[in-house]
Design a protein around this ligand. Structure first.
Ligand code: ATP
Ligand code: MG
Length: 663
């Protein structure tokens, strides 16, 4: 079956005049006019629902069964079907949009700005696949990609899946030890890297880190290392017989093109590690067909991006957002993906908005942490550019606090939507699907369960579902929808044990996040279950206290952790960054501010939630993906070792906390 590609956006996002969407052909044919009916069908009749959505992608051979679910929690979406991610992202668009820019690339670090049409992207990717093939890469083999944000990184990803091989992208800049464990886990045939990355104008050599990691990796080390030499660092040391220069290979294979290898829908497309915020990165394995369908549908129902338009995600290909919404989602949907290497504040805080104007970006995706960085800058930067093309901004990765959401929504005057999801889920699990029905945003909440996800809140001890107003673990009743992880790479038992062992008597996927919902069914994330603070028997999410602290106008950002206390079990302690550090110069005003903050928490949440201390710091320790490392702050606050810091972005934050605690 060559399903007719029917991926035009039938659902105009955010139709301003009505909250029902115009033009919703397929969806209206089904008679569903509200999100509620749409969602219910996805849960009650998943085969009907996803069988219909599957027509959004190209199937080389039709599937026999929408869902094979004989061995829960393992499931196979679109069983028996043959497809290919690269074909859906690239080749399929050649007929209609060969001359459209597929990949626009801007590096504020190197000053390079370039673009590739779908025709050019196809040539680069099919050639890169031929190069990999010549190095022995075949279906099922792994290719490890340790690259900065350059077009070649995306060519390498697409080339890998073109061959039915499996990529494992490791965030560029991870230390050799982190890289080595990921190499060991994947045993790649080939590793693709570059001489260096660049951040804030500083060259960060990559190749020497690879050499060091390969020293540890032993038998799992790849036979070949392909090096893209950007000419940023000193000429990299090339080990004869192992290391190959990409430009030389590209010349040698200039006219070679590898064909698409059709793979089963359940064939792994990639392995990707979770961010390591809890110190236990898991190798998430993703399938092919289910992922492609899930992303294609999400472009319509969640993001409202139309083929031919430009999608700008500010993430990095090393994270799941980069996989789903820099590379695969926009391209599968026939959009131009804007790939940016650089910081949001360099050369100035207007750079993103300048790009939005120039590339007529219609959908943008970023993280709350980046918006908080911009919030500290002059808002005039936002108003210097014509942002009329931009219809919505999506933010994900960590809690989107109300002051930040209100600020950016006010400045941009477009909908700002919080997306809650995980590396494991591959696409949003809680958000508002404005492409189906426009609902009111409530800042501080990502909104409702996304179609396909049977989300519930559970009481951890009893396993009972809890109702509105009660806190619980956010869980999903399986089967998990298409696009979610298939298993932990090479460790099926670990998949079951890690994610489905919350309760003995029933299978529930645990998100390890703690939440609450209101009477309208809107969820609020209260923090990670690991971070829940238990004060004299009262359980508090870190987020609740953090929101209360950051509602004080002097506070820019805060992390709250539970610290062991002989009397109360635990007490909350807050680590806050102030907007104006000069405020802290005077010890009296510092003490006054601490008092004010504590009083504010007491007023909002009751005295039980009062932080025992509010420490003022210059920055919070964060992972490289921008998440607060609460476990390390907590460890230091309890006088313990901060644990695995390989995912830490800037050690200065942790150092300062170590010193403050010792004072
Ligand atoms: P690890 O699983 O290795 O400890 P991690 O959980 O940070 O790391 P990711 O998969 O990158 O790895 O992040 C998913 C987590 O990020 C979620 O489980 C949740 O805790 C947090 N998160 C993501 N989006 C949101 C959001 N919109 N609001 C609140 N929290 C969010
Ligand atoms: Mg996690």
């Amino acid at each position: 079956m060559h399903c007719k590609i029917d991926h035009h956006s039938h659902y105009s996002l955010l139709c301003p005049t009505s909250n029902r969407l115009t033009d919703a052909q397929d969806y209206q044919e089904t008679g569903m006019t509200s999100y509620q009916t749409f969602y219910q069908q996805s849960i009650n009749e998943p085969e009907t629902f996803w069988g219909r959505e599957a027509a959004r992608i190209h199937w080389h051979k039709p599937f026999d069964k929408v869902l094979a679910y004989d061995n829960p929690p393992f499931r196979e979406w679109f069983a028996g079907g043959l497809t290919n991610l690269c074909y859906n992202a690239v080749d399929r668009h050649l007929a209609e949009r060969a001359e459209q820019t597929a990949l626009a690339y801007v590096s504020s670090e190197t000053g390079i700005e370039t673009g590739y049409t779908f025709r050019e992207l196809h040539a680069e990717v099919a050639r890169f696949a031929a190069i990999l093939q010549a190095q022995g890469v075949a279906k099922g083999d792994r290719v490890l990609i340790y690259m900065p944000m350059i077009p070649e990184a995306i060519f390498a990803m697409l080339a890998t899946v073109r061959l039915g091989a499996i990529h494992s992208v490791v965030f560029g800049g991870f230390a050799p030890a982190s890289l080595a464990t990921r190499i060991e886990d994947a045993s790649p045939t080939v590793l693709v890297t570059a001489d260096a990355g660049m951040r804030g104008g500083k060259v960060i050599p990559y190749k020497p880190l690879v050499d060091e990691a390969l020293g540890y990796a032993g038998a799992s080390a790849p036979a070949k290392v392909i090096v893209v030499n950007r000419g940023l660092a000193e000429a990299p040391m090339m080990k004869p017989g192992r290391d190959l220069d990409y430009d030389t290979l590209r010349d040698a294979h200039l006219h070679d093109r590898a064909d698409v290898t059709w793979v089963e829908s359940s064939h792994p497309s990639y392995i990707l590690y979770t961010s390591g915020t809890t110190g236990k990165p898991k190798g998430v394995q993703r399938d092919t067909g289910g992922y492609a369908v899930a992303l294609a549908a999400s472009m319509d129902y969640i993001y409202g991006g139309k083929p031919g338009e430009c999608y700008f995600s500010t993430s990095d290909i090393g994270w799941v957002v980069g996989h789903s919404y820099i590379v695969y989602g926009p391209l599968i949907n026939g959009m131009t993906t804007l790939v940016y290497e650089g910081l949001p504040v360099r050369p100035d805080a207007g750079i993103w908005w300048q790009l939005v104007e120039k590339y007529r970006v219609s959908v943008m995706f970023s993280a709350p942490t980046a918006i908080r960085v911009l919030k500290k800058q002059d808002p005039a930067w936002l108003h210097k550019h014509d942002l009329s093309s931009l219809r919505a901004l999506f933010l994900a990765g960590e809690p989107l606090d109300e002051p930040t959401a209100t600020w950016i929504a006010g400045e941009l005057n477009i909908p700002v939507l919080d997306n809650y999801w995980q590396t494991e889920t591959g696409w949003p699990m809680l958000t508002l699907c404005n492409g189906v029905e426009k609902k009111d945003v409530k800042f501080g909440s990502p909104g409702l369960p996304v179609y396909g996800f049977n989300v519930k809140l559970f009481n951890e001890s009893t396993g009972q579902e809890v109702g509105p107003g009660e806190k619980g673990v956010i869980g999903v009743i399986p089967p998990l929808p298409p696009g979610c992880m298939s298993t932990v790479w090479g460790q099926d038992q670990r998949f079951v044990d890690t994610y489905f062992s919350l309760f003995k008597d029933k299978l529930v996927y645990s998100s390890f996040d703690w939440g609450i919902k209101d009477d309208d069914g809107y969820y609020t994330i209260l923090g990670r279950t690991d971070d829940v603070i238990n004060v004299a028997g009262h359980r508090l999410g870190t987020r609740e206290i953090e929101e209360a602290v950051s509602s004080h106008s002097a506070i820019a950002e805060v992390a709250v952790v539970g610290v062991e206390d002989s009397l109360k079990g635990q007490v909350p302690k807050a680590f806050a960054v102030v907007k104006n550090p000069a405020l802290l110069d005077d010890p009296a005003s510092r003490a006054a501010l601490e008092k004010e903050v504590i009083a504010r928490v007491a007023a909002q949440l009751g005295a039980i939630a009062n932080p025992a201390r509010v420490y003022f710091v210059n920055q919070l320790p964060k992972t490289r993906s921008g998440k607060v490392l609460r476990r390390s702050i907590q460890a230091l606050a309890e006088g313990r070792d901060p644990g695995d810091l390989t995912t830490l972005d800037d050690p200065a934050g942790i150092e300062q906390i170590r010193q403050i605690i010792q004072q």
